[in-house]
Write a new protein. Structure first.
Length: 300
């Protein structure tokens, strides 16, 4: 696999201290052998769980255009993947549309994984104006999308309380043009587990699966950012086995979360609750087998 076959443009939020956005996503991709070009959509000192935090800078569309135009003029805009996550400006998100279009023109085989970071547990993290831009402008360009339950509900207009409604939401996203939809987590009513649903349209045929995995007892920032980065790599390595790719990503996530929980109990502070990504390098390289991750094929 050549360098050009594993070269990623990652566009997400950046924090000075801690692990969300690019700080969470880039290291796992690099450890797994991928070159990553990084554009920070906005900068914060820390994530919002800290007592004091601020937005050091929020880039707008013109800022992104200047950065990407320089990349293009230097003839280094050939990517195997584009990964986008949290951004803070509607004009910046609209300019991502242009970046993706140009990258697809430069390399028709580029894979765009869109993590539509908007919020969780019923609350927005970003300006609400971003939602229709994701839904109407970015989804038609995305090859893979990884919303959580709240984001899938926003994008599809469908409340998700069971598997049937989850599949209805994923079908809406397919109808927008997305080939692969990974609903990274939704509540099934079981207090001990979460469910991932993956559906894919390939050669006009729809396939799907679901994976139940343990719910950790604590909540941490940046988990979706790490998951999307891991999925990008594993789905590239196993393009014909999306379920296995998701299981690999989830296995690493479980190892990171278990290590993070242990640390957070010893130091119950925002700093003590940062994801233990660096400490989990071995688990990123070699996802541990997990008997607690249970997959099943869906029939349509």
């Amino acid at each position: 696999m050549s360098v050009h076959e594993r070269r990623v443009l990652s566009i997400q939020i950046h924090v000075v201290s801690g692990y969300i956005g690019n700080k969470a996503a880039v290291f796992p991709m690099q450890v797994l052998g991928y070159e990553v070009d990084i554009i920070n959509a906005m900068q914060q000192c820390t994530n919002i769980a800290y007592k004091v935090w601020n937005d050091g800078q929020i880039l707008n569309g013109n800022d992104l255009k200047r950065l990407y135009d320089c990349i293009k003029q230097n003839d280094i805009n050939i990517y195997s993947h584009i990964l986008t996550g949290g951004v803070g400006s509607p004009s910046f998100l609209r300019e991502i549309v242009q970046v993706v279009k140009d990258a697809k023109q430069a390399n028709p085989n580029v894979i765009y994984l869109c993590d539509p970071v908007m919020g969780d547990n019923g609350c927005y993290y970003v300006p609400e104006e971003l939602m229709p831009i994701y839904r109407d402008e970015l989804l038609p360009l995305a090859d893979i999308i990884t919303p959580n339950q709240f984001e899938a509900e926003l994008l599809s207009g469908t409340k998700i309380t069971n598997e049937e409604e989850a599949l209805k939401a994923t079908q809406f996203l397919h109808d927008k043009g997305v080939k692969t939809v990974i609903l990274s987590s939704y509540e099934t009513g079981n207090e001990n587990t979460l469910t991932l649903i993956g559906t894919q349209i390939k050669d006009g045929k729809k396939t799907g699966f679901k994976i139940e995995y343990p719910k950790v007892e604590m909540s941490f920032k940046g988990t979706g950012d790490v998951f999307s980065a891991l999925l990008l790599v594993w789905s590239h390595r196993y393009p014909d086995n999306l379920q296995f790719a998701c299981e690999q990503a989830l296995s690493t996530m479980q190892a990171i979360l278990q290590r993070t929980c242990k640390q957070a109990k010893l130091s119950p502070t925002p700093a003590g609750s940062e994801l233990r990504i660096i400490d989990s390098k071995v688990d990123i390289e070699n996802p541990p087998e997990s008997v607690n991750i249970k997959g099943a094929v869906l029939s349509f």
